[in-house]
Design a binder for this molecule. Structure first.
Ligand SMILES: Cc1ncc(COP(=O)(O)O)c(C=O)c1O
Length: 376
């Protein structure tokens, strides 16, 4: 059997990784400024994380959600405390798309509406509801296309208001920082006004913090640069540092009913051991603060790069938009300078490194970019 060929691949096979470094099967070492799509939060193979998962594996790896799994409560308590949402409830699942799917379902169950507002260029995942809220027609199959989703321009409050006022919108879903679309931070005051309109008309605000959360922005959640407390917050990616886990943080206004949401694997022992270790390391090593400080340094150091049109982002979620197509630049970074980076569109370099990187790592990145750009 062959693999279903849906991913264009780099000809590189990572075989080991530690901190912000990756080793491939040829013995090359790479600096990771992409974190495998923003997944690596505490750094690759952190010893406390490896030990927590290994110890758990030697005890019990899995049992279904029909028994007490105390680790779930431990994750919920620590996540509540570190994120500033101790009064919210947590539903555990396995991925970002699944978290959004459950968030949308929960909103719809509660206010009995079905229309959703999402934003142009948003990415929310590939399950049916999540992909219907993703503004990329090429990944929406006819089967997914029947959801009632209206896409409005990024940060267009008037369009949001006009639609929400009709009283039939179950939820507005928005990323804490738009990631796949090119790293766009909501303008000051936007989320507050959006939430106020939602509240007035019985519409829920879902903050997708799957990419922007877990400290990446320099605060636990990117929306915490505003004063908004969303009705529902979704997390995944950095939550497990590579171990698949997702979560839905649910405001106390929502009432749980047995059977309303569910999953076989969500919240299993191993995933919770991983998630708990991630939170422990984030706290012990002050990684949210590190993301803020090193992120600011990165943004400052990137300012004079040749051909740079705009720097966007905050913390360690940074988009560098150039005046030219960056395909060759990324190839040079990867194959000649051994640095992983991401992209958005043709011109934006997307940087999503582990939250544990330091200023020296930033200097290596900037040095490599300067070396390539000086030859242009
Ligand atoms: C903002 C956002 N939401 C949702 C998802 C989907 O997460 P997953 O791939 O874990 O389903 C992603 C993945 O890139 C994302 O960036």
């Amino acid at each position: 059997m062959k693999l279903f060929d849906v991913y264009p691949l780099f000809d590189i096979e990572p075989v080991k990784a530690i901190g912000s470094r990756i080793l491939d099967s040829e013995g090359n070492q790479y600096l990771d400024f992409y974190g495998g799509h923003a997944v690596i939060s505490i750094g690759h193979s952190h010893p406390k994380y490896v030990k927590a998962i290994t110890d758990q594996l030697n005890k019990i790896a899995f049992y279904s959600n029909s028994v007490i799994i105390s680790l779930q409560q431990e994750v919920a308590e620590k996540l509540g405390r570190l994120s500033g949402y101790p009064e919210y409830n947590l539903f555990l699942c396995n991925s970002g798309a699944e978290a959004n799917e459950n968030a949308l379902k929960l909103a719809s169950f509660t206010n009995k509406r079905s229309k959703v507002i999402a934003f142009k260029e948003a990415f929310h995942g590939r399950t049916s509801g999540a992909v219907a809220c993703t503004d990329n027609p090429s990944i929406i199959a006819p089967f997914n296309a029947n959801h009632q989703v209206e896409f409005i321009n990024r940060f267009d409050l008037n369009a949001a208001r006009a639609s929400i006022e009709n009283g039939d919108v179950t939820a507005v879903i928005i990323e804490g920082i738009q990631g796949v679309g090119g790293i766009y931070v909501p303008e000051p005051g936007f989320l507050e006004e959006l939430h106020a309109i939602c509240k007035q008309h019985g519409t829920f605000l879902i903050l997708d913090e799957i990419q922007s959360g877990y400290g990446r922005s320099g605060k636990f959640f990117a929306h915490q640069y505003s004063s908004v407390k969303p009705d529902i917050i979704t997390v995944a990616k950095g939550m497990g540092n590579g171990f698949p886990i997702g979560g839905v943080l649910i405001s106390p206004v929502f009432e749980a009913k047995f059977g309303m949401l569910g999953t076989t694997f969500g919240g299993n022992h191993l995933a919770c051991a991983a998630a708990k270790a991630v939170l422990d390391v984030i706290e012990d090593e002050n990684l949210v603060r590190n993301a803020a400080v090193v992120g600011e340094y990165l943004i400052e150091r990137s300012k004079n790069l040749k051909g740079l049109k705009e720097t966007r982002g905050i913390g360690l979620m940074v988009g560098l938009e150039f005046e030219f197509d960056i395909t060759q630049l990324r190839q040079d970074m990867l194959f000649n300078h051994k640095i992983f980076t991401g992209y958005s569109g043709k011109k934006t370099l997307r940087l999503l490194p582990p939250l544990s990187i330091n200023k020296n790592d930033v200097d290596l990145l900037i040095g490599a970019l300067e070396a390539i750009l000086s030859k242009e």
